[in-house]
Design a protein around this ligand. Structure first.
Ligand code: SF4
Length: 78
């Protein structure tokens, strides 16, 4: 995948990272994931592991939490 060989620190921020730094970092990571042929699989993998942090498949921690909630709601509504 295109993230291989990229700086791992683009995908995993330091403890106590400021919001503006996080957003700038994730914008770069998002661009890389955007062209990744396995983005969907990568995102699904990360979505199955609630405790996993970092940027995966174009989604950050908060985005994955939202997506999990959305899926739970949808499953409960079905
Ligand atoms: S989607 Fe996953 S495998 Fe692809 S570039 Fe992003 S982090 Fe790497």
């Amino acid at each position: 995948p295109p993230c291989r060989g990229e700086d791992i620190n683009l995908f995993f921020g330091p403890d106590g990272e400021h919001q503006t730094a996080k957003e700038a970092r994730e914008d770069k990571a998002r661009e890389i994931c955007h062209v990744c042929p396995i983005r969907r699989e990568c995102a699904e993998y990360a979505l199955t592991a609630p405790e996993r942090d970092g940027f995966w498949g174009g989604l950050n921690e908060d985005e994955r939490t939202s997506e999990r909630r959305r899926r739970t709601r949808r499953a409960n509504a079905a």
